[in-house]
Design a protein around this ligand. Sequence first.
Ligand SMILES: NC(=O)c1ccc[n+]([C@@H]2O[C@H](COP(=O)([O-])OP(=O)(O)OC[C@H]3O[C@@H](n4cnc5c(N)ncnc54)[C@H](O)[C@@H]3O)[C@@H](O)[C@H]2O)c1
Length: 315
Amino acid sequence: MTERIKKVLVTGGAGFIGSATIAALQNCGHEIYAIDNLSFGNRQFIDLPDPHFFEIDLLDRLELAKVVSHISPDWIVHLAAIHFIPYCNQHPVAAAQVNIQGTMNLLDAAKNVRNLEKVFFASTAAVYPISDRAISETHLPAPTDIYGLSKLTGEHLMNEFHLLTSVPTIVCRFFNAFGPNETNAHVIPEIQRQINAGCRTIQLGNLDPQRDFIHTSDMARAIGKLLTAFDRGIDIFNLGRGIEYSVTEVVAAFEQVLGEKIAIEVDPARVRKVERMHLLADITKLKNFIDWEPKISLKQGISTLIEHQPLVSIG
Ligand SMILES: NC(=O)c1ccc[n+]([C@@H]2O[C@H](COP(=O)([O-])OP(=O)(O)OC[C@H]3O[C@@H](n4cnc5c(N)ncnc54)[C@H](O)[C@@H]3O)[C@@H](O)[C@H]2O)c1
């Protein structure tokens, strides 16, 4: 059965997850529009004609309303945010403005779109408190930083929007994404950067914390399937891989792909004083709702990263 083609607006479309999401939705034949102020994203990441790309800021309320009304999307996928946690901690006001006021502006504009069928909101695992076990959606949120707090507020805004409009609304709590087109200095691109700079002793912060790394192409498939399947109410889904890896294991995966030994030195300047030791998604609810399995292992994902930007071998 072929699915009806939808007009989809992706905010933050030129970003890391946005670019993978757009590619996946284009593969399903949907007509894509993107809004991005290119503060972190890159226009080259996406293959969209200029009339479908709007370089505007979520905080420009009037321009945003004009563009949303002009596009008149069937689906909105709201990914635009400031999300790199060290950046949010240094710029808490900017993070709160974009993630809260920006979301309010988008939802205000969305309220006037008559044909709007669904809204998808990118929330985060950072809404959860520290936990040593896999976290399911029933775990009570208790964010520990401004980023998580701003996203939890975004979830409340989605709830309010849904109560007002009845538009089916998906809140998806993303865990740690990895893949091509990374826009922020997360641990995997940082390891890749140092290896590419010729280092075989790399400088990192805390080595023991474990994270649930999911490849952006697996995420994008899940986002597409959720958008297709979800048709009433508002609900929350975790989106992760359901497997945790420590930083040391990530470096070991790079070693395997590169075929060279990589030593690690802990750089005290990079060590976070407060750190979660575990962040693992329970993805049972998502897997029960859509026919989806994450396919890309950490090692396979690192191999694809290297295809995009080959590692410099000094061996
Ligand atoms: N990357 C992860 O591991 C991760 C984990 C949890 C949640 N998330 C969430 O997923 C979404 C996408 O994250 P990402 O990793 O692709 O980050 P990203 O920074 O690559 O993407 C966000 C995009 O939003 C754009 N943007 C920022 N402020 C804007 C504004 N005021 N107006 C218009 N555009 C603006 C940026 O230019 C960027 O292209 C975010 O909402 C983020 O909070 C990401």
